[in-house]
Design a protein around this ligand. Structure first.
Ligand code: SF4
Length: 317
């Protein structure tokens, strides 16, 4: 068979389901490639798999020459899951020319049920172990975990030990639930080689506990802000004053805030400006107050920022 893959969101961040589909069909001797319309005209694909995670990316707008099209990903469908025989495949990292990083989920689901988040509908309200590390990691230097709420999982201790034993650098890309942090968990996490940790401070409710847990973890870990990021959701149900308060508080505590805009398309100007200021690390560390931030930056700083920002920041799955 001739199988085509379309990563609608672009090729900046490897799409795990597409890598698993690729591995599955290649193993069985089929031709698998990123979809090429010209190739499709010449010889139509038997099946084209399309994946779209982000709602804000434009849908694929070119003709698709295929006998069958299968769509998946949070933005298309919350219920469409990979069959178990594909879900358990070791990803075909060659699809994205990735050699030194393993990407995957150890758990799925989250009990928090935040209104803006698709995880509860897609994966359920219980954090459940879905894989051992070996399912997507075979000695790569780095691991990028995509789990929505690893610390809420009953098997977290076992999973954290797997990460410790790997001796690989670990990037918790989607946010560890700081409200669930304890001495025991902090100790285990600090035995892992940390590339980056992300936490989240999204709402006004529970702010006191979030602040106190962040403070304790910072003191305990001794990690600096380059490794400690906190997602700050704005334009959802907080006012601008509180948005700024979170940004300043996090910076004072030694964390790196990272602004995530809800419904960015309709966000007001000051919110977009806040994001540009905070998420541009060099500018944020240079210009102390939001009111002093002037978006017309010298070209030199803009260039530095462009090379520094990475595609892995702020990935939702
Ligand atoms: S935003 Fe995070 S904590 Fe809230 S439901 Fe989604 S995964 Fe869970």
């Amino acid at each position: 068979m001739k199988i085509g893959l379309i990563d609608v969101d672009g090729h900046n961040f490897p799409n795990v389901p597409l890598m698993k589909i690729s591995a599955h069909y290649k193993k069985r001797g089929h031709l698998v490639e990123f979809y090429e319309p010209l190739s499709g005209i010449y010889e139509p694909y038997d099946t084209v798999f399309m994946s779209k995670v982000f709602s804000f990316t434009e849908d694929y707008r070119f003709p698709i020459y295929a006998k069958k099209i299968i769509k998946g990903g949070t933005s298309y469908d919350l219920k469409n899951k990979l069959p178990p025989e594909i879900e358990t495949e070791y990803p075909d990292y060659s699809l994205y020319n990735v050699e030194k990083i393993g990407y995957g989920f150890l758990t799925r689901g989250c009990p928090r049920g935040c209104e803006f988040c698709a995880v509860q509908d897609k994966e359920g309200t219980c954090s459940t172990k879905v894989a051992d590390l070996s399912q997507f990691w075979r000695g790569q230097r780095e691991i990028k975990l995509l789990d929505p709420n690893l610390l809420a999982c009953g098997d977290k201790i076992d999973l954290l030990h797997q990460l410790i034993d790997s001796k690989a650098y670990v990037d918790f890309t989607q946010g560890l639930d700081v409200q669930l942090m304890s001495e025991e968990l902090s100790e285990l996490i600090m035995k892992i080689k940390i590339k980056r940790i992300h936490f989240a401070w999204d709402f006004e409710k529970n702010s006191e506990i979030i602040k106190s847990k962040l403070k304790r973890f910072k003191e305990f870990s001794g990690l600096d802000y380059t490794k400690l990021n906190v997602y700050v959701l704005v334009n959802f149900n907080t006012d601008f004053e509180f948005d700024l308060e979170r940004v300043y508080t996090l910076r004072d505590m030694g964390y790196n805030p990272y602004i995530m805009i809800y419904d960015k398309e309709h966000a007001p100007q000051n919110i977009r400006r806040l994001q540009r200021w905070v998420n541009n690390r060099i500018i944020f560390r240079t210009v102390e107050r939001f009111e002093d931030y002037k978006p017309n930056l010298p070209d030199k700083i803009k260039r530095q920022e462009k090379t520094k920002n990475t595609a892995s920041d702020g990935v939702f799955v």
